[in-house]
Design a protein around this ligand. Structure first.
Ligand SMILES: [Zn+2]
Ligand SMILES: [Zn+2]
Length: 169
């Protein structure tokens, strides 16, 4: 498993929770679904998918709240217990590795420009005033990771699946 070395810090709004991201996300979703719009109070959510161990908690702790997702499986959203800002979540639709992958809220990084979306998803409910950039893939609903993820990210995902299977034995 090759992982790009990275060191980006981030945190919640009140400063109680601080974390360090140590790997480039497997893939970063800009999600335009109506759940993300309601849950963020904005037009989309920006989530970088990364192995849990690449998100090091530096300070504080998070509290999980279960919220709905388009797949119906839901997600555990980890929030600062004091200011309630969402920092990352685990999308429970992912087979086998749902709990091993964090969907990091990119906007909570101190330098959020460091990570740009790899794909725009659920664009069927995209706000009409959001113009998608040329050259970034988009999907009206979800998509097939095998077709769009870089080989390195697929290898990292396979390593997680392998680890989960071994843990089950
Ligand atoms: Zn906070
Ligand atoms: Zn969404």
């Amino acid at each position: 498993m090759t992982q790009q070395e990275l060191s980006l810090e981030g945190g919640c709004a009140c400063g109680d929770v601080r974390y360090r991201l140590t790997a480039t996300p497997l893939f970063t979703h800009c999600c335009h679904c109506l759940y993300c719009q309601r849950q963020s109070g904005s037009a989309f959510a920006l989530n970088g998918m990364v192995e849990n161990d690449a998100v090091e908690l530096l300070q504080g702790e998070t509290e999980a709240v279960v919220l709905e997702t388009p797949s119906g499986a839901g997600q555990d959203v980890h929030r600062c217990p004091r200011c309630r800002i969402a920092l990352w979540s685990h999308y429970l639709r992912l087979p086998e590795i749902a709990r091993d992958v964090s969907f990091l809220r990119v906007g909570t990084l101190d330098e959020p420009t460091a990570i740009a979306p790899d794909i725009h998803i659920h664009t069927v409910s995209k706000q009409p005033w959001v113009t998608l950039p040329d050259g970034t893939p988009s999907s009206e609903a979800y998509y097939d990771a095998a077709k769009l993820w870089p080989a390195e990210s697929l290898a990292r995902r396979d390593a997680l699946v392998e680890r989960a299977r071994k843990a089950d034995d």
